[in-house]
Each structure stands twice: as C-alpha cells, then as structure tokens.
Design a protein around this ligand. Structure first.
Ligand code: 5GP
Ligand code: ZN
Length: 112
C-alpha cells in the first residue's frame, strides 16, 4: 500500500513522535501552519472521516484523549484547534485519516 502515514507508522519513514500509544501517533507537520502544528494519526489505515465505522468508535475517542495528553505535555494551556479535512473540497491530500492540532498563537475566530 502506498500510504506515507502508514510508512511513518510502521517505521519505514523515520519521524520524531511527539506522542505515541497503542492507537495513535502524533508527529510534527512537515509544513507547519502555526507555531505548533502536529498531526494526530490513528495507526489503523482509514482513508477519511467518511470511512469511520462503528468499530472505530473507541479509536476516535483515543485521538482526543491523545490530544489532551499532548496539550499537557507541551503545556498548551491557552488552548488548541483540531481540524480534520475529509475529501476534495476540504483539501485532503493524504488519504489516511489524521487530525491537525494547531496551537502556540491566537488562531482567531474564523474557520471556525
Ligand atoms: P491534509 O491536507 O491531508 O489534511 O493534510 C496533510 C498534511 O500532511 C499536510 O499538512 C502536510 O504538510 C502533511 N504531510 C504530508 N506528508 C508528510 C510527511 O511525510 N511528514 C509529515 N510530518 N507531514 C506530512
Ligand atoms: Zn495509511
């Protein structure tokens, strides 16, 4: 399978893991859009949010539990934004479900 995030998860592409547990990893985005810009990536290959099934319910909860742990570890006490792009109109470029976690500045009130 030709998936860059699967390659990162299985270690074929080296990466610095900001966080890792049984369900997810978090890495710094290659092209950061904020002072802190990480990707929280479920280890299971799911193409996009539309492909999440009932059996993934716990997995998705684990993404947000990981976000809380990362926020604590990085001392993001002023908050953060989590974004998921699903499909063409959202500009999804990597077809492996992931959640952008942005922080480190006032992100403003737009989008969203
Ligand atoms: P999307 O537009 O699909 O929501 O976001 C994909 C994100 O993955 C982009 O922000 C892009 O910079 C990031 N990205 C793409 N390839 C790599 C990579 O090999 N390593 C890392 N760390 N980030 C990547
Ligand atoms: Zn994948």
């Amino acid at each position: 399978m030709d998936c860059v995030f699967c390659e990162i998860i299985n270690g074929n592409i080296p990466s610095t893991r900001v966080y890792e547990d049984e369900f997810v990893i978090a890495i710094n985005d290659l092209n950061p859009q904020a002072p802190v810009h990480m990707l929280i990536i479920p280890k299971k290959h799911i193409e996009c949010a539309n492909d999440i099934s009932a059996e993934d319910t716990e997995l998705i909860g684990r993404v947000f539990l990981a976000a809380g742990k990362i926020a604590e570890k990085l001392n993001l006490k002023d908050g953060y934004r989590i974004i998921n792009n699903c499909g063409k109109n959202a500009g999804q470029t990597v077809m492996h479900l992931h959640f952008h976690m942005l922080a480190g500045t006032n992100l403003g009130e737009k989008l969203v």
